[in-house]
Design a protein around this ligand. Structure first.
Ligand code: PGA
Ligand code: ZN
Length: 428
C-alpha cells in the first residue's frame, strides 16, 4: 500500500521549476517528475505555477508541491498502487475542475506516474509490462525513435522557422541498431554543418538538435540528407518534420522569417503555398511524417494536406492531446496521428484512453517528450507498453533526452529474443 507521498520543486532541462515526487510503499520509494513545454493552449491540462514574479520569475511550483504534500497525500495513503484508475480518479475527484487547474496537472501527473512505477513493483513486473496490462494487451513493442537533428522555431536562436527536423531509422532490425544509426548520422551532420558554416553553427537547441543559421527548409533538409548519405543509411533512415506552424502563422499567412524582425513581411507564404512547399519537399527528401504543418486552428488546410496522403500528418498543437479535439480530428479526417504529450493529459489512465481513441481510428501515435525535460524515462516504458510504434525524445545527446533512449535499450536487452522493434511497421 501507499504509505507516504512527498513532493519537491526541482528544475527541468531549461532551468525552469517543475515537480518531483517520491511515492512510498511497502516495496520502496518510487520517484517521478514531470516535463513542461513551450506550446500551451486552452484545451490542455493546466500546469499550476505560482506566478510570484519575485521567485523564479513567476515559474515556481510551490503550490503544486504543497497540494501533493497535503491534499493528494492524504487522499492516497492506504491505497493499493496497482489500482491505477482508482488512484487517478481519486485525484480527479479531489481537483473537481475539468482541466486539473485546482491541484495542478503537474502535481497530479507526477503522482500518477510514481503510482504506476509503484504498481509495477508491487506486481514484480517491469514498468512497461504493467502499462501493457493497464492497457489490456500483452505484446510490448519497441518504437522507432525520431531523433531531433536540427532545431529551429521557438526551440533555437537561428533563423529557421521549422521547429524540428528528425530522423527515423526505420531500416534498423533492433532498437540498439536504430540508436547507433541515428547517432552516427547526428555526428556526420555535425561535420557537414561545420564544413559549410563553421563550428558556431553547431550550437544546439533545446532538445539537442543542431541550430545552423540556414535560411530555408530546403537548405536544412539538404544538410540532413547529406549526413544520412555519408553515414551510409540512405533508404534506411527517413525524415520527419515538426513544423509547429502555429508559432509563425500571422493572420492567414505563414512568416518564414518570424525570428528576424528586421526582415518581417518579406518571406510570407499563404497556406496554399505551404501545401505546395510540403509537396515538393516530400518529393525531394525521404519525408514520411509532418507534424503541425499549419496553424492549430487552420482545420481547412490540414484536412486538405492530409487528404493528399503524401505522408503521416501528426497533430500536436492541433490536438493538444485533448480527447474532444482528437474526436473532431478523427471525424473530419484532419490528421492521422496523435502527438502524445502526457502532461497535457494529466493522468496515466487518461493517457491510455486517448491512445485507445487514436488507435481505434487507425491513427499513428507518437509518444513525445517536451522541450523542458527531466531525467524521468517514463515515456520510454509507456511507448513500449502501449506498443505505439513511435517516440520522439530529442537528439541522441544531452542527458534528459538520452535517458529515454537508454531506457529503451535496457528494455530491449531485458526482452532478449522476445524483443520486437517496429522498424518498417512504425505506423502500426
Ligand atoms: P514543446 O515542443 O515541448 O515546446 O511544446 C514539443 C513539440 O512541439 O513537439
Ligand atoms: Zn510539436
Amino acid at each position: 500500500v501507499i504509505t507516504k507521498v512527498k513532493a519537491r520543486q526541482i528544475l527541468d532541462s531549461r532551468g525552469i521549476p517543475t515537480v518531483e515526487v517520491d511515492l512510498h510503499t511497502n516495496k520502496g520509494v518510487f520517484r517521478a517528475s514531470v516535463p513542461s513545454g513551450d506550446s500551451s493552449g486552452m484545451y490542455e491540462a493546466v500546469e499550476l505555477r505560482d506566478g510570484d514574479k519575485g521567485v523564479y520569475l513567476g515559474n515556481g511550483v510551490a503550490k503544486a508541491v504543497k497540494n501533493i504534500n497535503d491534499k493528494i497525500s492524504e487522499a492516497l495513503v492506504g491505497m493499493d498502487p496497482t489500482l491505477q484508475s482508482q488512484i487517478d480518479q481519486a485525484m480527479i475527484d479531489l481537483d473537481k475542475t475539468e482541466k486539473k487547474g485546482e491541484l495542478g496537472a503537474n502535481a497530479i501527473l507526477a503522482v500518477s506516474i510514481a503510482a504506476c512505477k509503484a504498481g509495477a513493483a508491487e506486481k514484480e513486473v517491469p514498468l512497461y509490462r504493467h502499462i501493457a496490462d493497464l492497457y489490456g494487451k500483452v505484446s510490448p513493442m519497441l518504437p522507432v525513435p525520431a531523433f531531433t537533428v536540427i532545431s529551429g522555431g521557438k526551440h533555437a536562436g537561428n533563423n529557421l522557422a521549422i521547429q524540428e527536423i528528425m530522423i527515423l531509422p526505420t531500416g534498423a532490425n533492433r532498437f540498439v541498431e536504430a540508436l547507433q544509426m541515428g547517432t552516427e548520422t547526428y555526428h556526420h551532420l555535425k561535420a557537414v554543418i561545420t564544413e559549410k558554416y563553421g563550428t558556431h553553427d553547431c550550437n544546439v537547441g533545446e532538445s539537442g538538435g543542431f541550430a545552423p543559421n540556414v535560411s530555408s527548409f530546403r537548405e536544412a533538409l539538404d544538410l540532413v540528407k547529406e549526413a544520412i548519405r555519408r553515414a551510409g543509411y540512405t533508404d534506411k533512415i527517413q525524415i520527419a518534420l515538426d513544423v509547429a506552424a502555429t508559432n509563425f502563422c500571422i493572420g492567414t499567412k505563414y512568416d518564414l522569417d518570424f525570428k528576424s524582425p528586421q526582415k518581417l513581411g518579406q518571406n510570407f507564404l499563404s497556406a496554399e503555398d505551404m501545401v505546395e512547399l510540403y509537396r515538393e519537399l516530400c518529393n525531394d527528401f525521404p519525408i514520411v511524417s509532418i507534424e503541425d504543418p499549419f496553424d492549430k486552428e487552420d482545420w481547412e488546410h490540414i484536412k486538405r494536406f492530409s487528404s493528399t496522403g503524401i505522408c503521416q500528418v501528426v497533430g500536436d498543437d492541433l490536438l493538444m492531446s485533448n480527447a474532444k479535439r482528437i474526436e473532431r480530428a478523427i471525424l473530419e479526417y484532419a490528421c492521422n496521428a496523435l502527438l502524445l504529450k502526457i502532461n497535457q493529459v494529466g493522468t496515466v489512465t487518461e493517457v491510455i484512453e486517448v491512445v485507445k481513441q487514436a488507435k481505434e481510428a487507425h491513427w499513428g501515435v507518437v509518444t513525445s517528450h517536451r522541450c523542458g525535460e527531466t531525467i524521468d524515462s517514463f515515456i520510454a516504458d509507456l511507448s513500449v507498453g502501449l506498443s505505439v510504434g513511435q517516440i520522439k525524445a530529442g537528439a541522441p545527446c544531452r542527458g534528459e533526452r538520452l535517458e529515454k533512449y537508454i531506457q529503451l535499450l535496457r528494455i530491449e536487452e531485458e526482452l532478449g529474443d522476445q524483443a520486437v522493434y517496429c522498424g518498417v511497421d512504425w505506423k502500426q
